[in-house]
Each structure stands twice: as C-alpha cells, then as structure tokens.
Design a protein around this ligand. Structure first.
Ligand code: F6R
Length: 241
C-alpha cells in the first residue's frame, strides 16, 4: 500500500487529480471507476479545471460508478446518477454512452447486478478505481458484516451510514435504506485503486485499513490484499497512522 499524505483537503484533491490525469493521459480510453460522496468533489473540480484548460480529454474515457441508492430513479435529484452528472459528467467531454452507473430503480435487481458485472468485463475491467471510505470502513456500500458479497448486489445500509449520509437529505427518514453496489471482488479486480480520505472522522477507519486485521467487519481492510493501492490522506485522516 502506498500512502501519500497532504496537508489539507485541497492538497490531496490536487494529488488525486494528478493521478487520475496521468491515467487518462497514458491510456486515453481508460476505464475509470468513480465514487460519489463529499470526498471526491475536490478531485472532480480539479479534473474539470484541467479539462477546461485543455489539458485533459475524456472523449474516449469510460466511467463505471461504484453504487446507486435503491430504489431511486436516475433523474431523482438524490440519486448518484444526478450527483455525477451535476458534479462531473456535464462539465467534461465524456460521452454519455460511456457512462455507467447501476440502475437504482431496476425492476429485476438481481438481473441488473449481473448485467453490471458483465458490462465491467466487456469493457475490459477497471483501470483505476477511485474510492472514498465510510467512517465504519465501508467501501462502495460494502458495509461491515460477518460476510461480504464478491459481486454487484443489493445491500442494506447500516444505521450508521444512514445517519452519516442524512446530511445530503432533509432528514434521516428520507435516506434510502438500500443500495446497489459493486462487491468486494468487483472492487479488488480493478488494476489500480486510489482511496481518498479527509478529516478526523476517517482516521480510525484508515488505521484499520492500513494496520488492522483483514476482516469483513472492516471491508476496507481487504485493500491490504491488493497489489496496487494508493491512499491519499490529509493529515487529519492520517492522524492515527
Ligand atoms: C460513494 C461510496 C461511499 C463513500 C463513503 C464516503 O459512492 O461508495 O463508499 O465513498 O461513504 O463518503 P464521503 O466521501 O461523503 O465521506
């Protein structure tokens, strides 16, 4: 595991953007695995700025997101489809047909999950997967549990995650109770992984990710088994290392 520590959120967002930019420059048709939430917003702002300055071209890039709330429709303002369009896709030249997120309101969820796995294989797998991390060590929405799923699946969100994510909703009651997420195996198949973490609330999870036992009770600990993981942390997130 490679660990880069920056002084603050702005600095780590720039470092993360340089890594994503390098990936796209070296392989213009890269498959980027993307995350939502607060953490990657600075990264996305940097990528948009690079695109606007003519430094980056996304015209051949394929994107595959980690997860989507169930049962939200893609045009629901609280959906991750909406989030990604708003914060990244509509501001760069990625082609709509190259954008992939799980469909949150699929009639047949299991078939949708299986189709998502097939699609990932068909595009040749994920070159670089961007991850945030939950305060409980979740990645994607693979929540701490006695067992984990390898492949894309429907998951019940933990009370802690519902509480933490309620900041994006009018109240905790409005937070969806379930999500469709890539599984641990899907994530670990990515050729390279870039996990970004900022703030003191993530320090405990980062400590377990780096130094803890590999356990399903801290899904991010499985990143220790991957050969090409980089953690980009601000000083607060790295405080317990
Ligand atoms: C989002 C995702 C989640 C978030 C995590 C951290 O697509 O998969 O694992 O990365 O919940 O969220 P923030 O960045 O809001 O702290």
């Amino acid at each position: 595991m490679r660990i880069l520590i920056g002084k603050d959120y702005e600095e780590i967002s720039k470092k993360a953007a340089l890594m994503v930019a390098a990936q796209v420059m070296l392989k213009p048709n890269s498959v980027l695995g993307l995350a939502t939430g607060s953490t990657p917003l600075g990264l996305y702002r940097e990528l948009i700025a690079m695109y606007q300055r003519g430094e980056l071209d996304f015209s051949a890039v394929r994107t595959i997101n980690l997860d989507e709330y169930y049962p939200l429709a893609p045009d629901d303002p609280q959906s991750y489809h909406y989030f990604m369009n708003d914060h990244l896709f509509k501001q760069i030249n990625v082609k709509p047909e190259n954008i992939h997120l799980p469909k949150g309101n699929a009639d047949a969820v299991k078939a949708e999950c299986d189709a998502y796995e097939t699609m990932i294989s068909q595009v040749g797998g994920i070159d670089l997967q961007v991850l945030g991390i939950g305060v409980n060590g979740h990645i994607g929405f693979n929540e701490p549990h006695p067992f984990l799923h390898a492949q894309t699946h429907l998951v019940d969100l933990t009370a802690e995650t519902i509480q933490v994510n309620s900041r994006f909703f009018a109240s905790a009651e409005e937070v969806p109770r379930q999500a469709v997420t890539m599984g641990m195996g899907t994530i670990l198949k990515a050729r390279r992984i870039l996990l970004i973490a900022s703030g003191r609330s993530k320090a405990e999870a980062i400590k377990k990710t780096v130094n803890g036992l590999v356990t399903t009770e801290c899904p991010s600990s499985f990143l220790q088994t991957h050969p090409a993981v980089t953690l980009v942390l601000d000083q607060e997130a790295a405080a317990l290392l």
